[in-house]
Design a protein around this ligand. Structure first.
Ligand SMILES: Cc1cc2nc3c(=O)[nH]c(=O)nc-3n(C[C@H](O)[C@H](O)[C@H](O)COP(=O)(O)OP(=O)(O)OC[C@H]3O[C@@H](n4cnc5c(N)ncnc54)[C@H](O)[C@@H]3O)c2cc1C
Length: 378
């Protein structure tokens, strides 16, 4: 189904057309193969970078495309409908550009054109093996040496580990809790930075996360992003916007599942008629379509607050929670609409169902989103 979108500018309509065309040409035909064999799509990401899709919401003066967040998110949605791993990679890369963009020194900001143009792929390393939800308890330790820092510890679940050109490493430079954490900008290839084998994941196999072992890794003093002890704040600011990216990935995935299930239900016949004409199936499709529209509306409403410079983090948490739960329900129902054929990999709904699950976990589990929302209420 073509989604009827209201976009703020003519340029945005052109951008969405370009994205659809690029997604059909570059993504749709490659997703299955890459997911099956776990091949990281670095070349495809370069193509997206050359098309300007890796720095969309950042100012043109820094090398971005100067698009409102609501436009960037709708681009992500289109990408997610063709290949979730690519949309998630764009979302994570956009997140990984934030610390330098918002808090970087003049010298660090010189990297922005290459980051936003997609020549340099970024990663965001906050989680650790002993904890992701309680990120303020992280244990990776950076100690001062004469010319900077020596870092030891292990980061877990890092998207783009082993493929990224730079890493935002959140580590403890002070005492316990959030105020003891700093952000270091570390180039891939820095001695002591050792990406491990990719995890064997349920979905997103072309872009599986991996641990990063940090062994006596020396980082120059000028690689501190923002102020010492300010890293946790930077991490949370980045996640506020990042959660909207995950919400849009969920909307795009769920929309693809609705479209596929509707087309199947119109074709597949039982008892001499298309299954979509049975009320039991038709009502399921109606509920699926309604939930996706609601998830899109909630996500774009939060984005419009961000674009207007208003507080948006609670609305972003609601959007992430709602949209990713919708993606899980809708992809589950899409499998049901296809019956036995939904359970085999000949149809993409089987993969979409596996992929939807991770969206309820990353960038703060949906329980953590509820913690954030309930704290704001009480
Ligand atoms: C595919 C993938 C990609 C990822 N990419 C990245 C990345 O690029 N960078 C990065 O830093 N991290 C990344 N992560 C890590 C992700 O952010 C964490 O997995 C997530 O934050 C949860 O942390 P955890 O796995 O340690 O679970 P835990 O924190 O141990 O949580 C386990 C369970 O307890 C629940 N729980 C915990 N605390 C509470 C509470 N206070 N109230 C209620 N319930 C609670 C959780 O919701 C969850 O259900 C990725 C993870 C995956 C699976």
């Amino acid at each position: 189904m073509t989604v009827d979108r209201i976009l703020p500018t003519d340029e945005a309509y052109d951008l969405l057309d370009l994205t659809r065309e690029l997604a059909d040409r570059e993504l749709a035909g490659k997703a299955d193969e890459h997911e099956q064999h776990g091949v990281f799509p670095r070349e495809t990401l370069r193509t997206l970078g050359r098309s300007g899709l890796l720095g969309l919401p950042y100012p043109e003066a820094d090398g971005g495309a100067g698009q409102p967040y609501e436009v960037y998110l709708q681009v992500l949605e289109v990408l997610a409908g063709r290949w979730l791993a690519i949309a998630e990679a764009v979302s994570v890369h956009t997140l990984a550009c934030y610390p330098v963009y918002a808090h970087g020194t003049e010298r660090q900001r010189k990297m922005l054109p290459d980051m936003l143009g997609g020549d340099l792929l970024g990663a965001y390393a906050l989680s650790e093996p002993q904890g992701g939800s309680d990120a303020a308890a992280l244990q990776t330790r950076a100690t001062h040496d004469g010319a900077g820092w020596v870092v030891n510890g292990t980061k877990a679940w890092i998207t783009h580990a082993g493929h990224a050109d730079y890493y935002n490493i959140f580590c403890r430079t002070g005492g316990p809790g959030a105020t003891g954490i700093s952000c270091l900008l570390v180039d891939a290839g820095t001695p002591g930075l050792v990406p491990q084998k990719p995890e064997r994941t349920m979905g997103l196999r072309s872009s599986a996360p991996a641990q990063l072992v940090l062994e006596n890794m020396h980082v120059d003093a000028d690689r501190l992003v923002g102020v010492e002890g300010g890293g946790f704040r930077i991490a949370m600011e980045a996640l506020d916007a990042g959660r909207l990216g995950i919400a849009s990935c969920a909307v795009g995935l769920a929309q693809a599942a609705v479209d596929y299930a509707v087309a199947y239900a119109a074709e597949r016949e039982q008892f001499g008629r298309p299954i979509g004409t049975f009320q039991g199936v038709g009502f399921m499709l109606a509920d699926m379509a309604t939930q996706v529209s609601a998830a899109r509306a909630l996500t774009l409403a939060a984005a419009r607050l961000k674009d207007a410079g208003r507080p948006f983090s609670i609305e972003a948490a609601k959007a992430k929670l709602f949209a990713t739960d919708v993606a899980m329900r809708v992809t589950t129902d899409a499998v049901q609409v296809l019956g036995g054929y939904g359970y085999v990999s000949d149809h993409p709904v089987e993969r979409w169902f596996r992929e939807a699950k991770v969206l309820q976990i990353v960038e703060g589990t949906n329980q953590i989103q509820r913690v954030v929302i309930s704290r704001s209420l009480i």
